[in-house]
Design a protein around this ligand. Sequence first.
Ligand code: NDP
Length: 296
Amino acid sequence: MTQIIDGNEVGDRIQNELSTSIATLTDAGVTPGLATVLMSDDGASETYVSMKQRACEEIGVNGYHHEIDSDEPARSLLTQIDELNADPSVHGILVQMPVPDHVDKQTVLERIDPLKDVDGFHPENVGRLVTGNPRFKPCTPHGVQKLIAAADVDPEGKDIVVVGRSDIVGKPLANLLLQKMDGGNATVTVCHSRTKNLAEKTRNADVVVAAVGVPELIDGEMITEGTVVIDVGVNRVDADTEKGYELVGDVDFETAKDKASAITPVPGGVGPMTITMLLYNTVKAASVQEDVSVEL
Ligand code: NDP
């Protein structure tokens, strides 16, 4: 029987544990604070930010939301970040990507105080991850790591194929799984659009993680019996629904689930974990900045 890995259930369990840590902080007079900054008119970005704010409210993290018109100059965003860096009630800062074309993304990422960089994208935090000393594990890759654990798989010695090499999912995930630490020690193969014989790679994997952005690219033919399949993809495809579209992953769930030993659905797999691990990083940031130790 294929295990359907329920991201909502795993996320709720982690959030319950986080509640205890938040209570410890609150008892010490500290409420963790997360600031989100949106400089975009994109509907999906607005939805993501409001989901993050709602999750803060539900768990007892102070959420602060700032919006900057997308036609403002870059310095408006940088000034906002400077203010949040200096605000002691803000422990974590998240600038929702993408930012408009006239704003240099790298300058934005580097402006955030690395101690408040709960996305884990500041070069200092990327460097710490690569050298095996992570401060903040990037949220989606960390969520994937938790889902692999939820399938009762220890990555140590396993062949894990990550399809996708983006800076926000594929690369940091490959680094996490490679590290000489709990949840790591895997033999990692990273594939991308120039990879030859992708199916040959995925068929030889114990775990396949798809983070591609191509609807249903990985199907049952591309995996072997017993593989664990984690689907990061969220793709809108036209459909005869009220909204005119439906969400599908990078994996063809129906054919893959017949072969997989465990598989994540879309929606309800990786998505809820990303928000949970953002809360986790915010609690960690508060704990470090306020010097209150908590269980994490
Ligand atoms: P990017 O577009 O930044 O990266 C996609 C990667 O897939 C690239 O490395 C690209 O290769 C590779 N790729 C594209 N086509 C192919 C192909 N045919 N065969 C093999 N590799 C291919 O995407 P992201 O990493 O940002 O996101 C990936 C997916 O995950 C998207 O669907 C996104 O919506 C979703 N996502 C979901 C999150 C969640 O919380 N659930 C969070 C973040 C993302 P190359 O580098 O050569 O171009």
